[in-house]
Ligand binder design. Structure first.
Ligand code: HEM
Ligand code: HEM
Length: 178
């Protein structure tokens, strides 16, 4: 048990980062660009929402595990982007990525409860023609999804900047190895 700062994130956190990155990007892409193109009368619509909701609940479980690991494992020292403002932006971005993921799962689970999604999955209740806009959490779900998408783009751009312009090997911190 050494007190030295590691060069990389804990491997469990690394695995969960990439698994969640895959799931969240998929959910944002499908939710924003595919789900709205399917009309409510389409028999596939409830099934698509069911898949969306269950992946969303899996993301919620992963997020809880991730936050516990985040605060109980050793992290590398903060990366240096070269100036104090960018370093602050990085910190704020990481915090908000967690906050908006939490916002997505909380509003999604709020909708699950309020709109009784299981009755829509089973076909007992028709898919609402207003796309759930009469339920308050739907507004938050839409707003958080836009903000999360923008931040993920910023985060991806920053990772590419470090890796290919600063060439400081940042991606290695979020990968496996000694
Ligand atoms: C698109 C591809 C992605 C790449 C290339 C990427 C890359 C990285 C890298 C290299 C780090 C470590 C940064 C450091 O050492 O300071 C990191 C951290 C992080 N990533 Fe990503 N990431 C991606 C997608 C995502 C997505 C989709 C999310 C969540 C919506 C996410 C959330 C986070 C968070 C919250 C951290 C901070 C970890 C912490 O210190 O708690 N990433 N990412
Ligand atoms: C991180 C997790 C999640 C992400 C990234 C996500 C993403 C999205 C996106 C992008 C939309 C379209 C929003 C818009 O443009 O207005 C959407 C709609 C929706 N999501 Fe999620 N979602 C997540 C979790 C959940 C969960 C856990 C549930 C329910 C258990 C849920 C239920 C819904 C519902 C009911 C809609 C409305 C569908 C419609 O308009 O027809 N989501 N989601």
């Amino acid at each position: 048990m050494s007190e030295t700062t590691p060069k990389r994130y804990n491997p469990a956190l690394v695995a969960i980062h990439w698994l969640m990155a895959l799931l969240v990007i998929m959910m944002l892409g499908v939710g924003k660009f595919m789900m709205p193109t399917i009309p409510v009368e389409d028999p596939q619509k409830p099934m698509m929402l069911q898949t969306h909701a269950y992946i969303g609940i899996a993301i919620a479980v992963l997020l809880v595990i991730r936050l516990v690991l985040r605060f109980t494992t050793k992290r590398p020292a903060p990366a240096d982007a070269g100036n104090a403002f960018l370093n602050w932006v990085a910190k704020a971005t990481h915090f908000l990525l967690y906050a908006f993921m939490l916002g997505m799962v909380a509003s999604g689970m709020g909708l699950f409860q309020l709109a009784d999604l299981p009755s829509i999955f089973s076909g007992a209740t028709p898919y609402p023609a207003d796309y759930f806009s009469s339920f308050a959490p739907r507004g938050g779900h839409g707003i958080f999804s836009g903000l999360l998408l923008a931040l993920v783009a910023l985060h991806f751009g920053a990772a590419m900047y470090h890796q290919f312009i600063k060439k400081d090997g940042l991606l290695g911190r979020m990968w496996f190895g000694k």
